[in-house]
Design a protein around this ligand. Sequence first.
Ligand code: SAM
Length: 281
Amino acid sequence: MSQIDDLPPLREVIRRHGLTPKKSLGQNFLHDLNLTARIARAAEPLENITVVEIGPGPGGLTRALLSLGARRIIAVERDARAIAALEEISARYPDRLDIVAGDALTIDVRDHLGPERARIVANLPYNLATAPLVNWLTAEPWPPWDDSMVLMFQREVAERIVAKVGDKSYGRLAVLAGWRSEAKILFDVAPQAFVPPPSVTSSVVRLTPRPDPLACDSKALQRVTEAGFGQRRKMLRQSLKSLGVDTMALLEAAGIEPTARAEEIDVAGFVTLARLFARQQ
Ligand code: SAM
């Protein structure tokens, strides 16, 4: 594929709109429209799909999603300089690109969605780290408003998302992701693909929501995993003390050895702990 649309090359768009990458906004732009098309293809089929894109920047991924047939894109972007570049894309694809200027962490995307389910696709800014993902994974009600997420992270973060109990990257993020979704690393993207190149490899991850995850209160699960993995080398009888409940009774009721460590407890074990913790509060 040599050209995905008749809009100018991204390099020119970036130059014309003075989009010098800002570290404070986690800006590492993809310039290669073939690569953005590869990421967009990971979210196919896109026909009749509403996509929520966080951080479209100069619009490389946005253009790929539109050219592959996404019915509508709701693009949330914080950098005012990018909005003019995105408006050019909107003019090329009338009624298919809604630009929402603002902070993805405070905007409620549901205000911009109709009754349809949407798909989240994003090359997320490194400055936000995992905050948007944790918000989406712990949202209520469940099943959520998205039918899947295709997201780019640093490889190390991607490994923390897909890790299983016993893996060295297993932690709080893996428990939250494994509880409510099936997560898979699809492919890696080399640092040289970005301008400026980050110091590490990135990975594209797909998360598909489980329709019927084990029942538990998401806040309680967050508290229990924070406490357990906050002191991951300590035994649970010690690390869970910060919950302010009778730790020994909690562990006994959950059928978990007080000497176990958080990294040995699978998702179902944490869900049991969270349910019992919620009852003790
Ligand atoms: N999608 C573009 C691409 O792939 O080349 C840009 C990706 S760049 C890694 C991240 C984008 O997220 C930037 O455009 C940045 O301005 C935007 N961004 C950073 N923080 C944001 C926030 N809190 N809310 C919305 N967008 C944000």
